[in-house]
Write a protein that binds this ligand. Structure first.
Ligand SMILES: Nc1ncnc2c1ncn2[C@@H]1O[C@H](COP(=O)(O)OP(=O)(O)OP(=O)(O)O)[C@@H](O)[C@H]1O
Ligand SMILES: [Mg+2]
Length: 236
């Protein structure tokens, strides 16, 4: 038994002829939160897509929970516990909050719809409202709730705080800390250094589809040149 939940070796990915991921190597341990940072277009979202089966052409060795994942389709990877909260949140705008959750829920998942409602009272109050009528913050909570009811072992969060008001970001960070405390492992794409410092155990900086720096939050704070070269940070 290894404490590695996710092991990524020499991961490459393409859109058509465009070679976007150029040999990524990293791990996520059980219970760990790892953040992916980097400027726009460096391949953060593509990494998330490659890991969850959404990228059509990928190569390399990715094992999850002790099993090789290559060639497995999206639904099989989701059933293994790889659960993506996409950049666009991906909720059904014409379905109600409750319908969005029930549709995603999987038997045996550690979080039930009821538990998600009790964890996120802000969306329980909106349970009969359609997804399209929610605020940005509520949509983000619903999107995370949907991922939780699928029974994730690794939650992949793609820029969860993007476009949200600071007070909503603070609340979201608290909720993600609660999920960490519950033992959930997280791969996080995030542009805010404050959010990274609050959540991530380790950070990876991407540039042109390669990892160019690895370290902890305090190490990144100290590495001014790395920040200036490879990252657009909202605050410093
Ligand atoms: N569906 C697609 N088809 C073709 N090229 C794409 C597609 N999606 C992304 N790309 C390109 O792949 C590269 C990596 O994109 P990706 O979305 O992974 O970047 P990102 O790091 O998530 O950026 P951002 O911070 O803007 O979200 C970019 O050059 C982008 O233009
Ligand atoms: Mg992206």
């Amino acid at each position: 038994m290894t404490d590695k939940l996710l092991q990524v070796r020499n991961l490459h990915g393409w859109y058509g002829k465009s070679h976007v991921l150029q040999g990524l190597d990293f791990d996520v341990q059980h219970g760990e939160t790892v953040a992916l940072l980097g400027r726009n277009g460096v391949g953060k979202t593509t990494t998330m897509k490659a890991l969850t089966g959404l990228l059509r052409r990928r190569e390399g060795d990715v094992s999850f929970d002790g099993r090789a994942t290559s060639g497995l389709p999206v639904h099989a990877l989701a059933a293994m516990g790889l659960s993506l909260v996409p950049e666009d949140r991906g909720i059904f705008s014409t379905l109600t909050v409750e319908e969005n959750l029930r549709l995603a829920a999987r038997k045996g998942a550690r979080w039930t719809v009821r538990e998600v409602f009790s964890m996120f009272p802000a969306i329980e109050r909106r349970r009969k409202n359609i997804g399209g009528k929610l605020s940005g913050g509520e949509q983000q909570l619903l999107s995370i709730g949907r991922a939780l009811v699928t029974g994730p072992k690794l939650l992949l969060l793609d820029e969860p705080t993007e476009g949200l008001a600071p007070i909503i970001v603070d609340r979201l960070v608290e909720l993600i800390i609660e999920l960490k405390r519950a033992g959930l492992s997280i791969l996080l794409v995030e542009q805010s250094i404050d959010v990274c410092l609050a959540l991530a155990d380790r950070l990876l900086v991407l540039d042109h589809g390669q990892i160019v720096w690895r370290g902890t939050g305090p190490e990144l704070l100290a590495a001014e040149e790395v920040r200036n070269t490879y990252i657009t940070l909202e605050t410093a």
